[in-house]
Design a protein around this ligand. Structure first.
Ligand code: B12
Length: 213
């Protein structure tokens, strides 16, 4: 089954334990992890965003839906990670300063791990300096930056500039993503690539390390 109305409703209405148990049941019935994410769970978050925009939902509902999405991701995470085999490269990832959204970033991290990348996830609200230090420490080939707010998109540029100033820009490919971004903005701020989905993140990362898709 491609679309699960029960799961969609459990996420939109912000019920974490219910959302998680529906995912577990769907998996037992043979549902595919990526199909559940792309055809039910992401559309549910889009619906929540729409209800927030229309002022039918407010921050508490947004938070509950976010928690339900995270709970629903729990049983899927090991399945996404199990999909890959040999280490493909090293990645540092994080949501930029001022931004607390991490559901999309976590999906990108899980998918990259599933494709064999070793990912150092710095979490949310990550300062440019913390990114710089993590690059020094982990020597990644790829940096993944995520932002969901128009006001925090600019922190991506600040981060890229800080990496340049630290003399670390040459050795690393910077990939950016998040709902308010597009290809043009990515080019403007000097990123190496933009991806609209976690699947794009994997394709871009594989390309950057010279692996065919
Ligand atoms: C859940 C949510 C929250 C939760 C976040 C919980 C969490 N742990 O993440 C909470 C309640 C904390 C929250 C808070 C706020 N939120 Co909010 N939130 C959302 C919501 C509903 C869903 C976001 C989400 O998880 N989407 C699902 C994931 C899977 O999608 P995604 O993040 O886009 O990621 C995908 C791609 O973008 C891509 N991707 C993501 N990162 C990367 C990185 C790379 C390198 C690549 C290649 C790809 C990639 O791959 C992902 C998977 O396919 C959106 C609406 C929406 N539909 O986007 C609003 C939304 C983003 N929030 C919004 C707002 C305004 C806020 C608040 C300011 C509200 C307030 N007044 O306090 C605060 C800001 C807090 C802060 N400082 O960050 C606005 C932003 C408007 C704008 N243009 O700036 C939105 C768009 C809602 C709206 N319609 O108005 N929010």
């Amino acid at each position: 089954m491609a679309f699960s109305q029960r799961l969609f409703d459990a996420i939109v209405s912000g019920k974490p334990p219910l959302a998680q148990s529906i995912v577990e049941q769907e998996l037992v019935s043979g549902a595919d992890a990526m199909t559940l994410i792309s055809e039910t769970m992401i559309p549910a978050m889009d619906e929540v965003g729409e209800l927030f925009r229309e002022e039918e939902f407010f921050v508490p509902e947004l938070m509950l839906a976010g928690r339900a999405m995270k709970a629903a991701m729990e049983p899927l995470r090991p399945l996404l990670a199990a999909a890959g085999a040999k280490p493909a490269g090293v990645v540092v990832a994080g949501t930029v300063k001022g931004d607390l959204h991490d559901i999309g970033k976590n999906l990108v991290v899980s998918m990259l791990e599933g494709s064999g990348f070793k990912v150092h996830d710095l979490g949310t609200d990550v300062t440019p300096q913390t990114f710089v230090e993590a690059i020094r420490e982990h020597q990644p080939q790829i940096l993944c930056l995520s932002a969901l707010l128009t006001v925090t998109m600019t922190a991506m540029k600040t981060t890229i500039d800080a990496i340049k100033e630290a003399g670390l820009r040459r050795g690393i490919k910077v990939l950016v993503g998040g709902a308010p971004l597009n290809e043009r903005y990515a080019t403007e701020i000097g990123a190496d690539g933009y991806g609209a989905t976690a699947t794009d993140a994997v394709a871009l990362a594989r390309r950057q390390v010279g692996l065919a898709n």
